[in-house]
Write a protein that binds this ligand. Structure first.
Ligand SMILES: [Zn+2]
Length: 105
């Protein structure tokens, strides 16, 4: 559990910056840095040199970390960007619920 409110596998939408409105799946989160890496968002191009003969080198595209405060969780149920809250269900288990539709997400 972390205070980002976002975890790996969540679908998020970017709410500010040049990648605004892009949607993707969270590939990893860093609680320490307060950042997330989202599939297909904030792509950076890295030029690589051939490391050995026959290696073509080239350009690698990969998503770079972005501030967790710039993304918002998308509810899989109502498909809207939403904040989540924690609720305790029977048995004492803590689950996240969508503040919009109340679904467990
Ligand atoms: Zn919802």
């Amino acid at each position: 559990m972390n205070s980002l409110g976002i975890k790996k596998g969540d679908t998020v939408v970017v709410i500010s910056g040049r990648e605004k409105n892009k949607k993707g799946k969270v590939l990893s989160t860093s609680f320490k840095d307060g950042t997330v890496i989202v599939e297909g968002v904030n792509i950076v191009k890295r030029h690589t040199r051939p490391r050995k003969q026959g290696d073509p080198g080239g350009i690698i595209e990969k998503p770079a970390a972005l501030r967790a405060c710039k993304v918002m969780r998308v509810c899989p149920k109502c498909d809207k960007p939403t904040r989540t809250s924690w609720t305790v269900v029977d048995g004492g288990e803590k689950v996240r619920v969508c503040k919009k539709c109340g679904a467990q997400i």
